[in-house]
Design a protein around this ligand. Structure first.
Ligand code: UDX
Length: 435
């Protein structure tokens, strides 16, 4: 099959490289000439484990191409994927669909033969209808079907998520389009991955419902963590105790500083707005948004309280800034709220993150970005663990305790054992673990 992928952001690039690896011929298209040049030189603009090798292999084997010119690839394509950004629109929280609609218009004039136009970007319910209307209006003679095929890729694990998904969702009324989609995902189909074929609007909603449910699951366990601290219980044991019930499931029950990233904050907000527009108040989703936003700020209070209620003039080391490990993504990272509130309370921040300090430097002011974890800890009055990178799980604790001026450790990801840390002489606290 021939695929044209519009947008070489995170989703477009990962999906394009993976489809090429499935054996299809994929052309990734982007308006940003510098980005396309870089990609043609083998440089990958995002940090995603395994992506560089996957791109290089498929470029070498002449199945993966990058260009700024959509014409040829779209004419030849069996499927054109729209994988452009849908950021939160300023002011109202709706998803901004400008790029999706602009891409639809551009595609319309170039279609030749039956072509499936696929929305991969996370788009509000009804966007597929609008994409169809735009193409029909721009090119009444076009032979096409618009399909919703949401992605469920986690940053840092995106290639695996693409190649070994729990399910593939295909939303369309067109049997011909379903055939093309099945062919595209054939390697998965052979692996017996369920392919859910549904109406387009249902498919669009599945993506938002999945993300909102996961965000709710995290927010729920975070709330239970607060209760655990208050009543002398341990949230990790509660998670295990409830997660082994198959109806609940053990994933996404790690208590922490609140969710961040490019999807959950944006998609929960957009879902809430979709509800409002449809006259349905989504109370649970709204609470999740509110509770999570408050939690990120509360984490700074937790640090301040643990340090005796006043951090003015004190130096605090932060390990981890990205919203989660194995990414340089800082979008809506809890570290942003934590740093700004600690700074507002007079603290000096020294920080280290293996991948995101470049990004963080654009967002945070007056932070001393350090060369490594031990450099950050030096002479600090507390160590705050914000992101659970593997390298922070294996710190030389003797070195940590001798480098810290005061042996306070606030572990917001529960990566160390409270009993062990106390026995080593640390003043230690974590999330939702009274013991
Ligand atoms: C998410 C979805 O998992 C993915 O399916 C969707 O396509 C995009 O959004 P991503 O944002 O990359 O992926 O990261 P994910 O691993 O899901 O983590 C999101 C946030 O939740 C992170 O801030 C993470 O630290 C937090 N989290 C996750 C928890 O606090 N506890 C958990 O148990 C799991």
């Amino acid at each position: 099959m021939r695929v044209a992928m519009i947008g070489t952001g995170y989703v477009g690039l990962v999906s394009g490289a993976c489809f090429a690896d499935f054996g299809h011929v994929v052309t990734c298209i982007d308006k940003d000439a510098a980005k396309i040049d870089a990609l043609n030189n083998g440089e990958i603009p995002i940090y995603e484990p395994g992506l560089q090798q996957l791109v290089a292999k498929n470029v070498d084997e002449e199945r993966l191409f990058f260009t700024t010119d959509p014409a040829e690839a779209i004419r030849a394509a069996d499927a054109v994927f729209i994988a452009v950004g849908t950021p939160t629109r300023r002011g109202d929280g709706h998803a901004d669909l400008t790029y999706v609609y602009a891409a639809s218009e551009e595609i319309a004039g170039l279609l030749e033969g039956f072509t499936v136009v696929v929305t991969k970007s996370t788009v509000p319910v009804g966007t597929g209808d609008e994409v169809e209307a735009i193409i029909r209006r721009t090119n009444p003679a076009a032979d096409f079907a618009v399909v919703s095929n949401p992605e469920f890729l986690r940053e840092g694990a995106a290639i695996n998520d693409f190649k070994r998904p729990d399910r593939v969702v295909v939303g369309t009324d067109s049997d011909e389009a379903v055939k093309v989609m099945r062919e595209l995902y054939r390697p998965l189909y052979l692996n017996e991955t369920p392919i859910i074929v549904t109406k387009r609007r249902t498919s669009e909603l599945i993506k938002y419902a999945a993300n909102a449910f996961l965000a709710a699951k995290i927010t729920f366990i975070n709330e239970i963590a607060d209760l655990c601290e208050a009543v002398g219980a341990n949230v990790q044991e509660v998670s295990r105790g409830i997660g082994l019930d198959n109806r609940i499931g053990s994933k996404f029950l790690h208590a922490g500083p609140g969710y961040g990233g490019s999807c959950f904050p944006k998609d929960t907000l957009a879902l809430s707005r979709i509800g409002t527009d449809a006259g349905v108040e989504l109370k649970i989703v709204n609470s999740v948004i509110e509770v999570n936003a408050a939690r990120k700020k509360n984490m700074a209070d937790k640090v301040i309280e643990f340090m005796g209620g006043d951090v003015s003039g004190k130096t605090i080391a932060m390990l981890g800034l990205a919203f989660k490990p194995n990414t340089d993504d800082m979008r809506d990272a809890p570290s942003i709220d934590i740093v700004s509130k600690l700074q507002a309370s007079g603290a000096h921040i020294r920080a280290f993150d293996p991948a995101s300090m470049g990004e963080a430097a654009h967002i945070m002011e007056n932070v001393l970005f350090c060369d490594g974890p031990y450099h950050a800890i030096e002479n600090s009055e507390a160590l705050v663990i914000v992101t659970e990178w593997d390298q922070f799980r294996a710190l030389d604790l003797d070195r940590v305790i001798s480098s810290l001026r005061v042996p306070n450790v606030i572990d917001l990801r529960n990566i160390y054992d409270p009993g062990d840390m106390t026995a080593r002489g640390f003043r230690y606290t974590s999330v939702g673990r009274s013991y």
